[in-house]
Design a protein around this ligand. Structure first.
Ligand code: A3P
Length: 302
């Protein structure tokens, strides 16, 4: 799965539009490939890492992969993260590889990435009772991160200005749909399936504790020095300069990291630099209205 830099000299890509799949806005290329994705054959020993976009997917991916390699960074450094853990629901324009193609030829046991909400997950994952790790981040920081990601990722729709983007975030008119439905859907699914539901804020607070939870979920016991090695390797500052995790291998035609780096801030509470008091209140109200009757609680500061 060594993808050559075939895209050198390629034309700039066009920003995509959103197309509804069962009422949930998806990138047009994802909607165009829907039947194939829906028919995806999960295997019983697949591990799925699922997140809402910008919840810290890359972080939990690298942590999981380090755990799988018992803390050996050299094993993780063999390929960029998107090649080690294919992203099954992204279909970038050719010649960019599709995660689904990579996943289909990958030997077991596979670790896969998805941003799909519960109703859109290919049914074979449920049928095979696959282990799933869901990583969630508070709505405010998640929205800020997604806004900056829209600015730099030319494969996403135009975000508009901050106020416009926030409106779309609140109403779920963005790629992969409503954050509220996403985090809630997976929270409820964990009652029925093998899902480890983790929070970005908890990982930030005590990475060693959370890494142990992941290891236990994967059936592994890690000695303290290995846990500490994983904590070090997956610290924001280290992942930011690591070409295998910072997406510097994606050409600037797609990810323009001069607009906003992929590894941007990596903190809890950056939303305070972006939200007005009124916007913050609207988000608090929305959380209360849409999540208040669930046991799901997010922290917006540490
Ligand atoms: P910010 O934009 O707030 O900095 P994803 O991988 O789902 O696209 O999420 C990207 C977000 O996770 C970015 O958030 C990025 O900085 C943050 N992130 C990535 N690695 C991290 C790490 N090791 N520690 C903390 N945050 C990290």
């Amino acid at each position: 799965m060594d993808h050559k830099t075939e895209w050198e000299g390629m034309e700039p890509i066009k920003r995509t539009e959103l197309v509804d799949v069962d009422g949930i806005p998806c990138l047009k290329d994802t909607a165009d490939n829907w039947q194939r994705l829906w028919a995806f054959k999960a295997r019983p020993d697949d591990l799925l890492i699922c997140t809402y976009p910008k919840a810290g997917t890359t972080w939990i991916q690298e942590i999981v992969n380090m755990i799988q390699h018992r803390g050996d960074p050299q094993k993780c450094d063999q390929a960029p993260i998107h090649q080690r853990i294919p992203f099954i629901d992204l279909f970038p324009p050719k010649p960019f590889p599709h995660g689904l193609d990579d996943a289909e030829v990958m030997p077991s046991p596979r670790t896969l990435k998805s941003h799909l909400p519960v109703p859109l997950l290919p049914p074979s994952f449920w049928e095979q009772n696959c282990k799933i790790i869901y990583f969630a981040r508070n709505a405010k920081d998640n929205a800020v991160s997604y806004f900056h990601f829209h600015r730099m990722n030319k494969g996403l729709p135009e975000p508009g200005n901050w106020d416009e983007f926030l409106e779309n975030f609140l109403t779920g008119k963005i790629a992969w749909g409503s954050w509220f439905d996403h985090v809630r859907g997976w929270w409820e699914a964990k009652e029925r399936y093998r899902i480890l539901y983790l929070f970005y804020e908890d990982m930030k607070e005590d990475p060693a504790r959370e890494i142990r939870k992941v290891a236990q979920f994967l059936g592994l016991q890690l000695p303290d020095p290995v846990v500490n090695q994983i904590v070090q390797h997956t610290m924001f500052e280290n992942m930011k300069v690591n070409p295998m995790t910072n997406y510097s291998s994606i050409p600037s035609l797609i990810f323009d990291q001069t607009v906003s780096p992929f590894m941007r801030k990596g903190t809890v509470g950056d939303w305070k630099e972006h939200f007005t008091a009124a916007q913050s209140e609207r988000f608090d109200d929305a959380c209360l209205r849409l999540l208040g009757d669930s046991s799901l609680v997010f922290r917006t500061e540490l």
